[in-house]
Each structure stands twice: as C-alpha cells, then as structure tokens.
Design a protein around this ligand. Structure first.
Ligand SMILES: [Zn+2]
Length: 398
C-alpha cells in the first residue's frame, strides 16, 4: 500500500515539478478516503487520488516559494531565504551553482577575471565605466550535479546579465558602489503552468535601502528604464506561454523561451549606452574643472622632486605617469608634454598598478623623461595640451 502511494506521489511530482531539491524537508499529505461497508468495504478516493496528491503538491510548491523576488534558489538548503540566496556584499554578482547546488556569489571584477574579460580594468577607471556580462543558464549550471538540482524543472535560471559598478549615491566614494544581477528564471507555480520572471539581485551599501528605491532615484533611472523594457518583453512571452495548449509539443515552448537571450542582450546594450552617456557628462565637467586649476607649475615641481619609484609607464596609452605630492598624479606623453593632472587616493593609484595598467620604469627612462619635459618649450609657457588622450584620463574632483 505504502509502495503504491509512494510511486503515485513520485510520478505526479516528476511530471509537474521535476526532481525535488536535494534535502527537501518531509511533507505531510492528507488523503480523504471513502469506505462503504455496505458495498463490501469498497474504498473510493474523492476527488481521485492523483488529483488529491496534485493539489497538495501544488500548494506545497507555492508555499515553499521556490521563486522569490530578489533571491536565487539554494538547492543545498532547499530554500530561497537561506544565507546563500542573496548577494553577500554590494559588489557581488551571481556566478552560478557549485556542484552541490549552492549559489556562488563573487565580485563582478572576479567574474570578469575568471572569464579573461579584459574590460575588468574599465571598472577601475575614474570615473568607473559600467561593464555588463551576459551568461547563459547552461553556463550557470555547468558545475552543478544532476542530483543537486541541475535538471530541476520547478526552478531554472535561463540566463542572466551581471552589471556594475553603479554609484549608490551621487557622491563618487568607491565605498558606495554596487553591482547587480538581472536574471530570467523559469518556475512552475502550478502544474502545467510555466512562468518566466525577471529577477533583480542586488545589495546596496546601505543594507536597509531596497534596490527598488535606487532604481526610482535619478541615478538608477536609466537602468530602471532598461529593465522595464526587458520586463515588458518577458511578460509578452508569458502570455504566449499561457496561450499554448497543454498538449503543445515541447518545441513550441522552447521556441518561445528562445527569445530570452535577445531580451537580455538588448537590456545589456541599453544599460551600457546609458552609462556611456553619463560617463561622458562627468568627464566633460571634470575636464573643465581641472583646466581651470592650471596644474602645470605643480606638475613641473612634482616631476623635479619625484624619486625614480614614482615614475610609471602606461604602455597601452603610450604615456608616462608621475606620482607627485598629496595624491597629485601627472600624465605625460612620449614627447614630454603634460597630458593631464589628476588627484588619486593611494588606493586608486595602487589599483591601476595592480591591474597592470601602470608599470614602474627604470631610472634611465625616468631621467630621460624628466629631461625631455623640463627642456620642452611648453614647460615654460604654462599651457595644457588638449590632446585627445587627455580626455581618456579622468581627473578626480578634489
Ligand atoms: Zn543555502
């Protein structure tokens, strides 16, 4: 009797929800049985046994809340409210599942490094540039073992975009930065019903402040707009899924879900476009500010006094960098002309060195640069070049 029931419950579950999460807690099922002594002890299930099981599994899955806004499902804990379900730090993005089905979070910079994505240095530009990474559901699940939710149909991440770093407040303090992950997730809230959600995962530096509040603010407006476009597209897709007859071939469903990557890609493009525009505005404002300050005499003074270990080379830009007093940093081109001056905190300076953008140069090279600069005609005319390179190096406001 117990064996027969076990087979029925298992089959109904597999049909409607796929494999259960590993370590799923025990469920209590109540079955109503009618016994008729007058009819030779006939036993009847009303409604049918399958219907009773199905209705209760349905309820269990709704209550269990496999899908939850702002969180991913953790197969290890069978929960979307455990400590693994949300980003642990503001810089964290979702990196996929580990073999045991535990969500893995990592800093956006780490994710880029792991994928050998050269745009990692853009994150440390000043002001930083926004970088978006698109990942498929397959990529997020590839390390996960089948027994630990890899083939789960009750909850599946179909793809995501990770983006950052955004400024939580209009100030430029790097402690105020955060990353976000936008995921398209498939869930089965009711038997036979497929839902696709667009989930936003983020933790602001102020943990009390919800991400929706940031999205509604001036700083988050462009991102919110990109998300609304994606969300509308996802809703349209849900309506197409609703209209599918229950016995439609799986290929029809796959065809509809096949539009998701394009939705995410468009979302990433509009986030990057909005960020480029914001970046350009900041850059121009600050360029004007530094030009008003006329940093040339300071640059010459710093250059004269700087020890060899304060000289660096930016091979990619073909420029030299000299670290002066009080965070003043001067960029010279190969002809010895001052390209720009900016103020960097020690951490900002060191991050560029660590990222390999600036590398130390030898004493002879440093001496040569010093001579070239001090004997250049411009050094006596106190005039800053407006070479296009100047626009690439962003001075920090003081
Ligand atoms: Zn967990």
């Amino acid at each position: 009797m117990a064996d027969a029931l076990r087979a029925i419950i298992r089959d109904v579950h597999l049909r409607d929800y796929g494999h259960p999460a590993p370590g799923a807690p025990p469920w209590a099922l109540n079955l109503t049985v009618f016994v008729e002594p007058a009819r030779n002890w006939e036993v009847r299930f009303v409604p049918s046994l399958a219907e009773q099981v199905q209705a209760q599994l349905d309820e269990i899955h709704t209550v269990a809340g496999v899908y939850r806004d702002g969180a991913v499902y953790c197969y290890k804990c069978s929960s979307s409210v455990c400590e693994h379900a949300t980003p642990p730090t503001p810089l964290s993005v979702f990196g996929g599942y580990d073999p045991m089905g535990k969500p893995e979070w990592l800093e956006l910079a780490q994710l880029l490094l792991r994928r050998s994505d050269r745009r990692v240095s853009d994150l440390f530009d000043d002001p930083p540039r926004i970088v978006c990474v698109l990942m498929t559901g397959h990529e997020l699940r590839q390390r996960q073992l089948p027994e630990f939710g890899r083939s789960s149909r009750s909850y599946a991440i179909l793809g995501q975009l990770a983006a950052g770093y955004f400024a939580a407040t209009p100030t430029r303090a790097s402690a105020e930065r955060f990353a976000l992950t936008l995921q398209v997730v498939e869930s089965h809230p009711r038997p036979g019903l497929v839902r696709v959600h667009l989930n936003t995962l983020a933790r602001l530096p102020d943990p009390e402040r919800p991400i929706e509040e940031w999205l509604a603010s001036d700083s988050g407006m462009a991102i919110a707009r990109a998300r609304t476009v994606a969300r509308t597209a996802v809703e349209r897709l849900n309506r197409l899924l609703d209209d599918l007859p229950r016995d439609a071939p799986p290929a029809h469903r796959r065809q509809i879900l096949g539009r998701l990557p394009a939705i995410l890609r468009q979302c990433a493009e509009s986030i990057e476009r909005a960020s480029r525009q914001a970046h350009r505005r900041t850059r121009h404002a600050e360029q004007r500010r530094v030009e008003q300050r006329r940093p040339v005499p300071k640059a010459l003074e710093d250059l004269q006094n700087a020890p060899t270990h304060a000289f660096y080379q930016d091979e990619k830009a073909g420029t030299y960098v000299v670290r002066g007093e009080s965070g003043r940093t001067h960029v010279f081109n190969a002809e010895g002309r001052l390209v720009t001056s900016l103020v960097l905190t020690p951490a900002q300076f060191e991050s560029r060195v660590r990222m390999g953008r600036w590398s130390p140069i030898e004493r002879e090279q440093a001496d040569e640069l010093r001579q070239r600069v001090l004997h250049a005609p411009w050094a006596h005319s106190a005039e800053v070049t407006d070479s296009p390179i100047a626009n690439k190096r962003m001075p920090k406001a003081d």
